[in-house]
Write a protein that binds this ligand. Sequence first.
Ligand SMILES: C[C@H](O)[C@@H](O)[C@@H](O)C(=O)CO
Length: 536
Amino acid sequence: MKTAYLITSGDLREEANRLCWPAQRELEERLTACFAHSGVLLVRAAEVDPIRGHGFVAGQREGMNVFRHIPKEAPVVFATAAWQYSHHVLPGLRSHAGPILTVANWSGQWPGLVGLLNLNGSLVKASVKFSTLWSESFDDDFFLRGIDQWIREGRIQHDLSHVRGFDPHAIPAATAVAAQALASDLQDRKAILGIFDEGCMGMYNAILDDELLNPMGIYKERMSQSALVAEMRTVTDAEAQAVRSWLDSEGVTFNIGVDSKVDLLDSQVIDQCRMYIAALRIADDFGCDAIGIQYQQGLKDMTPASDLVEGLLNNPDRPPAYSRDGRVLYEGKALPHFNEVDECAGVDALITNRVWTYLGWDPSTTLHDVRWGEAYSWSPESEPEFLWLLQISGAAPASHFVGGYRGATSDRQPAMYFPLGGGSLKGVGRPGEIVWSRVFQEEGTLHVDIGLGSVVELPPEETERRWRQVTYEWPIVHARLRGMTRDSFMARHRANHLSIVYAPNAEDGRQALLLKAAVFNALGVKVHLCGVPAVS
Ligand SMILES: C[C@H](O)[C@@H](O)[C@@H](O)C(=O)CO
């Protein structure tokens, strides 16, 4: 290999591209130096645009044009230090014949690792072969060995020994019976995912065909964010204020300011309360079992962000909302919400809701971005332990926070993403045992990765330090994912998101994982146990 082409992809929001550009430029410089050291010239496939103030590919058409100038068989390196829309480069990568490497810098500053994992998941769904790497310093052994192998062989082998198949015969008989009953119930009665506009921010991997969903008993109701805005207009000030008052009485702190461009205003929160009621009313109209709001393109220019709404919906303990004729909507229940209309997370949330409700446990669940992570030394003598930092862009159920609603704050969404603001639902993940999972599509079928972990509590100053390295306005979770290293998880994970739900303790978590795995298996989804010890 003498030459490789460097491409990147960015946001559709130019403000985000401009702000993230310095980090991207630094990544590209380091990567170029690294390849040069190995005798390979890394050539940028597109010029940096001085007028736009960045060098990101910022649209699908633009990406298609860039790829027309890359020789078909040439090696291509995709590098990202920021959140990016995969569909900008997916058409070019799909029809590319040369080796593909995807790389991100190991940094929490912008969601670059999230962007990397989204592209990786999208490439897996599209059946495009690729290799992937990440690095903090670009001089570590793991990275250099990977680069070396890719340059020599056009591929990189990672350790995936933590992933193994699920054996439905190796679980307790009672679990198998319960799983079959839950699966049959779903297939008989069927469920509806309410989709407020399909496809968010280029997340091709988050869109699932009806052909895959319908055999499970899951159907989509296709709805529109415009209908949500229209319904919001019918919600009265008094109805919206009642939701806000409920949140105030539960102790949520709204960090209200004065400048609508950068601060959270009461009026933005009231609009979010309107959206909460409107979403529940529409979900009820269509008999939805879960809903997802695309929430970025289109909606961000019409209303404050939907995160506060989403975090509330995922929690059975939430402000009461009434139908137009006065019924309490989804009384005492969560209405699972899949942020960024990630349908894989929607399927997962639906199954979690059924399984956890059957077990009599709190079914509050949420997806998170796999944002970053760092080692932590619990004592001066102990070996540092790697802890993941999970963080979704503003929404998580307050039951997942230290202190619940009382521990929750609502900060204005960053203006670079959300010009009309809106408050987040933000807190620190409460310590406890979790089951994590990810539904994904590979080779035309549905799969789920599932594993065990725990949320850990770090000293407040360490939480604060980590929080300042990522997006301070969003919730934060310090997680230990059992049975795998940072690198083996990254090599395997097929999405920017991962879903979590709490179990009462480790043994209950293990039993619930088996039940959830068995339900998926009974529904025809291929289950992969990640880092989970064999059932004895
Ligand atoms: C607002 C940002 O674009 C986020 O939505 C992004 O980082 C994600 O959450 C991607 O999953």
